[in-house]
Design a protein around this ligand. Structure first.
Ligand SMILES: Cc1cc2nc3c(=O)[nH]c(=O)nc-3n(C[C@H](O)[C@H](O)[C@H](O)COP(=O)(O)OP(=O)(O)OC[C@H]3O[C@@H](n4cnc5c(N)ncnc54)[C@H](O)[C@@H]3O)c2cc1C
Length: 525
């Protein structure tokens, strides 16, 4: 009889979502297997823009330096009218989460980095050329039928993470439909090498006759995307003469080498359910986004960060399985707001006619006369911030736009006791953290060492200002005061491993806050 191998977590799909999840589980010390039907990670250069939240996730996975080394950090988008005049600049300079908000990268390079990094963990088993054929689940486990080299065998797991992409086998087996918007557009993608450009920024040709985008990338690469109108045929636009013509009319550098042309059809959809008992959908298996905001992969990385620590806490018995029920409520609304965000950006990039193009151009010109509006656009403040109102949090009753609860915590630069300047997360550890910001920290810290706080297994970090740090805890000083954190003077901020704020407890109400945190934990069992 063949031996069945069991893992706490099985991941199907070695795309960016599955590989990020595997690396995070590796960091958290959870044994898992990654099943990928291909022989290696993909070569298709799909995603070209990685955001600050994903870089923060790479930081948690211990890989941010490596990822940044293959990234052009901090580029913007310049929108041009059909007459060639620049009418809007989105060029964020602020770094609320510790990294530039838009960065050019190449998906195959990132996937290779993430895949190679799994070798750090003896407890993570990547199995390429292993296809999930079918699966079944009962109350205690999921049984996967896996095909490799023409033979089939079974693997079992406590939980299955379906990161198997847009046409997810797992989602289809569960009978979960994709729904949402009727949005459907075809775009011709042209990837260039040896294509130097004067400006590192994305150039958007908001020309209703031929909406197009040109995105410079690392190593002199450049990505072009051209919208096809409904009456246009794929094969006509894939013809080398047509591609050449489009390059010549859209400022491709002479001598550029065309390495790939393909027509993609983009959709805007969400899976109707993201889980079924022991099975969880993540990444493109759960949501499909047009690429205009560069958010498809980034949304999958957000899913991975959200579910990774929950799978770790549940499989280690720290929290009950009810914790996993918070995954979809926390992620779903934000995933949909990102899809809508992408569709809206697409409207500016691809106005349907000359009248709409004229209205958009002059609307933006008018807005640019108002400094606050100009700043709102330039700093990309229109990008929906990650936040949720329900899930593994203790709401504080404040407006969700004002409170830090349910939001990713800002990541300022801090000075350690030995005067090293680092990013905040570098001192938080990989699990929960209790961030104490109070002149009374010396009295507060001992109270955090009892129940229920200790059930979080949290690392205590004190942000010191005028007061001295209590002995025996990590103490840091902000390099520049962060206004979002400054509002929480005399508070304990409960940070989850994914750097979201679970609770903000005034130090005068530690007992009440502790009870609420205790109830939150108890509710997962
Ligand atoms: C032209 C284009 C431009 C884009 N630009 C951006 C951008 O700038 N920024 C951004 O964030 N996103 C962008 N995206 C979207 C991004 O590429 C996807 O959202 C991302 O690849 C999804 O990652 P994933 O891991 O969820 O799925 P995938 O990358 O599709 O990975 C799924 C994996 O699962 C494997 N698999 C499937 N079924 C099985 C099975 N039964 N058994 C074993 N293995 C299986 C597949 O082989 C595959 O490797 C772009 C997409 C396109 C097409």
């Amino acid at each position: 009889m063949t031996q069945v191998t069991h893992y706490p977590v099985a991941i199907v799909g070695a795309g960016p979502t599955g590989l990020t999840l595997a690396n995070l589980l590796g960091v958290y010390g959870v044994a898992c297997v990654v099943l990928e039907r291909n022989a290696a990670t993909v070569h298709e250069p799909r995603a070209v823009s990685i955001d600050d939240e994903s870089l923060r996730t790479m930081q948690a996975a211990g890989l941010v330096k490596e990822v940044m080394s293959e990234t052009v950090a901090g580029y913007g988008s310049h929108y041009h009218s059909a007459r060639g005049r620049c009418f809007a600049k989105v060029q964020p300079t602020e770094q609320p989460y510790g990294f530039p908000r838009r960065n050019a990268f190449r998906q195959p390079i990132l996937e290779k980095q993430l895949s190679d990094a799994l070798a750090r963990f003896r407890h993570v088993t990547p199995l390429f050329e292993h296809e999930l054929v079918s699966f079944a689940q009962d109350d205690s486990r999921v049984t996967l039928r896996v095909r490799h080299a023409g033979a089939e065998r079974d693997i079992t797991c406590d939980y299955l993470a379906a990161c198997d992409g847009a046409s997810s086998t797992v989602r289809r087996t569960l009978g979960v439909a994709m729904s949402g918007s009727t949005f459907r557009e075809r775009w011709l993608i042209v990837d260039l090498e040896n294509s130097p450009v004067a400006s590192p920024h994305t150039k958007v040709f908001s020309n209703p006759a031929r909406p197009a985008i040109a995105l410079p990338g690392p190593h002199l690469t450049r990505r072009y995307e051209f919208m096809l109108h409904d009456h246009e045929r794929d094969e006509d636009f894939l013809a080398p003469e047509m591609v050449q013509h489009l390059m010549e009319t859209h400022e491709a550098a002479p001598g550029s080498r065309i390495v790939r042309t393909v027509v993609y059809t983009f959709h805007a959809r969400l899976a109707e359910r993201w889980s079924d008992r022991r099975v969880y959908l993540a990444g493109d298996a759960a949501h499909l986004t047009p690429p205009f905001a560069g958010q498809g992969m980034n949304a999958g990385v957000r899913d991975a960060f959200n579910i990774a620590w929950k799978l770790a806490a549940v499989t280690k018995g720290q929290f009950g399985p009810g914790l996993l029920a918070s995954y979809e409520p926390e992620r779903r609304d934000h995933a949909w707001s990102m899809i809508e965000f992408a569709i809206n950006i697409g409207r500016v990039m691809a106005p349907p006619n000359r009248l709409a193009a004229f209205a958009i151009e002059w609307g933006f010109r008018a807005l640019s006369l108002v400094p606050k509006a100009r700043d709102y656009i330039a700093q990309m403040k229109f990008k929906p911030p990650p936040r949720f109102a329900k899930g593994f949090i203790v709401p504080d009753g404040a407006d969700t736009r004002a409170t830090l609860v349910g939001r990713m915590v800002p990541q300022p630069h801090v000075l350690t006791a030995d005067q090293r300047e680092v990013l905040l997360d570098d001192v938080l550890g990989e699990g929960f953290a209790l961030l104490v910001r109070s002149p009374r920290a010396a009295a507060v810290v001992p109270l955090l060492q009892g129940a229920p706080w200790r059930d979080l297994g949290a690392h205590i970090v004190v942000i010191v200002d005028e007061a001295a740090a209590p002995v025996g805890v990590t103490a840091v000083r902000e390099v520049a005061p962060n206004p979002r954190l400054a509002a929480y003077r005399d508070h304990v901020i409960v940070l989850r491993p994914d750097r979201y704020v679970a609770a903000c407890v005034p130090v005068d109400e530690l007992e009440k806050g502790g009870e609420a945190v205790g109830k939150l934990i108890a509710a997962t069992f």
